[in-house]
Design a protein around this ligand. Structure first.
Ligand SMILES: O=C(O)CCC(=O)C(=O)O
Ligand SMILES: [Fe+2]
Length: 381
């Protein structure tokens, strides 16, 4: 199948180190850097850092090392993410009809292509997003899906790369879950038994694309401590690549090369919780991309399993700041999610059983949440 590589946007330098720098002087989220190698050796200090990060903001950087004596998941993730970023350049420039043939809306699926122009049901400004996704199902890539999506050839050909990346991301995600389980008193192996690679789940790789905008490259939005009418207007004018959301699953591993990711300020501006949807502009903090590091965050399912003792941090993607805004932005994400049939419930010792009506399975929860973000997903029977 031919795939077009003609691009309207300027050609994108391939080497991350040649990108314009992330500007200084922006409010940045103070998130921890934690070593994957130390976590894999189960070093208590690293486990403590992980625990602290997970019950405050629910976000941390994962230092992938690179100096490992033997190729491990860190190396597979770092090199796989770079390769998938390069693949994305072509994948988002496929002809519109090729992308639409695999559209999530057409397949009424969580997986496939998502185009721009979606309005999140809860957005007070009724903005249309500008971001595009390729959601590539783990079960599809590993050849175990009962509803395979007809991905274009370019992506089908990348299955070996995607499969290696998925296995490594899943392994690292499970390590994070097991460390948290120990802290929470959840019996060893219980979370792993709800996240088996060979069972149907919503796990997927997401490739994301946000178009660069050379005209926006000089203005840099800043978050400030007080919300004024001007800031509310500025928020209404903010171009959204991906609407504010919490991730639905258990653990997310994210790779990005340009800024644009923002997380909600944990201490809500110090106003004692008076922040409302209308004044929420003050609460966004930027996440600076750090070479050699993944960004890791927890999702809603892990928060449920932990009985609310860990955070599923709210975040969104806007145009990259400063000179970076001119360039097309890509990110590569892996979502570790519970198996479809797993009930989302508190697994900590002594937790009460939820009433029957509230015992939602992961698949039902994820589909409901996706619909709330504006996606046309099939209804459960
Ligand atoms: O592109 C990014 O940096 C974040 C993407 C994200 O939050 C998501 O796809 O859930
Ligand atoms: Fe996200």
């Amino acid at each position: 199948m031919p795939h077009s590589t003609t691009a309207a946007a300027p050609a994108r330098p391939r080497t991350p180190s040649s990108l314009p720098p992330f500007p200084s002087g922006l409010p940045e989220a103070p998130i921890q850097r934690i070593s994957l190698e130390q976590l894999m050796r189960r070093e208590p200090a690293a486990e403590q850092e992980l625990w602290e990060a997970c019950h405050t903001r629910g976000f941390f950087y994962l230092d992938l090392g690179g100096g490992e004596p033997e190729p491990g998941p860190g190396l597979t993730l770092a090199s796989g993410a770079d390769e998938l970023e390069r693949l994305s350049h072509g994948a988002f420039r496929l002809p519109a009809e090729t992308k639409q043939a695999a559209a999530m809306a057409r397949w009424r699926s969580l997986f496939g292509y998502k185009g721009p122009g979606i309005v999140a049901k809860e957005d007070p400004h009724r903005r249309r997003d500008v971001g595009e996704f390729w959601n590539l199902s783990k079960d599809d890539v590993l050849g175990q899906s009962s509803h395979p999506v007809a991905y274009p050839e370019l992506l089908q050909e990348a299955r070996p790369l995607l499969a290696d990346f998925m296995r490594a991301a899943h392994e690292v995600g499970l390590l994070v879950l097991e460390i948290l389980a120990t802290r929470l008193g959840i019996p060893a192996g219980q979370l792993a038994s709800k996240h088996r690679l060979d069972q149907p789940s919503g796990d997927h790789v997401r490739l994301t694309y946000g178009p660069g905008n050379p005209e926006a490259a000089t203005t840099t939005a800043t978050a400030t401590a007080t919300a004024t009418a001007a800031q509310i207007k500025e928020e209404a004018d903010t171009r959204i690549t991906t609407f504010a959301h919490t991730d639905f699953g258990s653990v997310t591993l994210l790779f990005n090369w340009l800024g644009g990711l923002q997380i909600e300020n944990h201490d809500d501006g110090g106003d004692g919780g008076k922040t409302t949807a209308a004044t929420a502009t003050k609460s966004w903090e930027w996440v600076r991309p750090v070479p050699g590091h993944a960004i890791c965050n927890l999702g809603d399912a892990m928060r449920e399993f932990a009985g609310g003792r860990v955070a599923s941090g709210r975040h969104r993607v806007v145009a990259a700041p400063g000179a970076q805004a001119a360039l097309d932005r890509y990110s590569v994400v892996y979502f570790v999610r519970p198996e479809d049939s797993v009930v989302l419930e508190d697994l900590t010792p002594g937790a009460a059983r939820k009433p029957e009506a509230e015992r939602w399975t992961a698949v039902r929860w994820i589909e409901e949440r996706s619909r709330a973000l504006g996606n046309d997903i099939r209804k459960n029977d």
